[in-house]
Design a protein around this ligand. Structure first.
Ligand code: AMP
Length: 126
């Protein structure tokens, strides 16, 4: 069920619980700003999620409110994870869903890294 992106940050969303170690995840990478883990329902041979450690609902919230350090740290982490996984060649797709039309289901910003095969057309055919 897509989230309402105008709601305040929910400290009990599933990714907040993952960050606090309250529910398990398969960690791929972690640094001061970011945490990366495998998606529980992979849509490609490689499907990794990268999230900022700060409490941001979405890309909209993050880009408006995060500090320059948080933004730099997170953007660098996404690139670092992809490089470390050897994805630069043959390539990968980044995806961030925002709100209802984006189909966002978890109200903590996450960037999907999809790879391991051709990921297909940019959007579903109408
Ligand atoms: P989105 O639709 O962009 O909000 O994507 C949410 C993603 O989170 C989906 O790809 C889910 O499979 C994934 N997901 C949900 N719960 C978990 C979990 N506990 N561990 C890992 N991935 C999850």
């Amino acid at each position: 069920m897509p989230i309402d992106p105008t709601l305040p940050y929910d400290e009990n969303n599933i990714f907040a619980k993952i960050l606090r170690g309250e529910i398990p995840s398969h960690k791929v990478y972690e640094d001061e700003w970011s945490y990366a883990f495998e998606d529980i329902n992979p849509q490609a041979p490689v499907h990794t999620l990268v999230i900022p450690k700060g409490p941001y609902v979405s890309w909209d919230d993050f880009s408006a409110k995060a500090s320059a350090e948080e933004i730099a740290g997170f953007v660098r982490a996404v690139g670092h994870v992809a490089r470390r996984m050897g994805l630069v060649e043959p390539g990968y797709r980044l995806l961030a869903n925002i709100g209802r039309h984006g189909g966002q289901e978890v109200p903590h910003l996450h960037v999907h890294i999809l790879a391991g095969q051709f990921i297909g057309p940019m959007v579903m055919a109408r």
